[in-house]
Ligand binder design. Sequence first.
Ligand SMILES: Nc1ncnc2c1ncn2[C@@H]1O[C@H](COP(=O)(O)OP(=O)(O)OP(=O)(O)O)[C@@H](O)[C@H]1O
Ligand SMILES: [Mg+2]
Length: 334
Amino acid sequence: MNTTENALLKVKDLEVVYRARRETVRAVNGISFSLNRGETLGLVGETGAGKTTTAYSMMRVLPDRTARIIKGSIEFEGKNLLEVPENTMRHAIRGEKIALIFQDPMSALNPIMKVGEQIAEALKFHNKGELTAEQIEAQVDHTLELVGIQKERKFDFPHQLSGGMKQRVVIAIALVCEPVLIIADEPTTALDVTIQAQVLAMIDELREKLGTAMILITHDLGIVAQMCDNVAIMYAGEIIEMGSVEDIYSGKNQHPYTTGLFGSLPDLDKKTDRLHPIDGLMPDPTELPPGCKFHPRCPRVMDICKRVQPDFTFDGTHKVACHLYGGAGKEERS
Ligand SMILES: Nc1ncnc2c1ncn2[C@@H]1O[C@H](COP(=O)(O)OP(=O)(O)OP(=O)(O)O)[C@@H](O)[C@H]1O
Ligand SMILES: [Mg+2]
């Protein structure tokens, strides 16, 4: 979003494919963005947009058999993570510097280990034996308190905790090593609405206290407005609009896809209880259309959109890839 030279994270032209059977799934198609220390970026888009693939690329946890990063770089603290040896990723980056919070807490917890021990494991791994048993114990208690769980619950196994408590433990494990970047992939989707709000407020508070940067992946534009500094809207593996929360929510020069997403929000004044999803479906990622990927669904489609992929048009911190606002691009035919 910014052009600061010392951004914490700079993703450039990232392209990721999955080879499934004989097909190539084009999941991420040349995205670029950057993030400063302490900032929060919301990554928003419908199901299948490539959000999780982007997150997994940054952590280098894509499935090795099928996924390939075919282009681009992910510069973190000045180093290209795509060139860092796996050993360094494991010991110095993953968990230590960058923590990932998954959507489903159970996939991140060990069902047969007490939750306190799981937090202790993360601490031991990252402190390489420098802490005494008492120090670890104290830190586990403190961390549980930070995420709003009584320290006595450290003797519980995950199945003895509620969904919200489990996700709090996952967050405790993510935060215990004081990472500089948290990637939260729909961290509260599995929780009910009231618990969702509590967990999000807690993440935000801890993040602020520790000065952690965050990439928050979500379908929920309300959550983005509340928690993020900047927003990137993803469609079919591309970022089609990006800017500060104010840029995106002002509605000025908005991408028709973003307008569609906003139209999908329930309108609190109109008492409708149904969402209005955008007509049509995201294109098949094995056969992406030429031109703008959104053109088959776009209510404002023009002839040029079917042939030419739009470049970004800039207006201060706001950028949008749409022919309505200029955005010349390269000719493409299927
Ligand atoms: N292991 C895989 N093998 C083949 N294709 C995959 C694999 N994982 C994801 N994909 C495909 O890559 C595209 C992007 O998926 P991704 O999980 O990144 O989307 P997402 O934006 O996170 O969606 P959601 O909001 O549903 O979580 C989709 O078309 C998906 O079907
Ligand atoms: Mg996902």
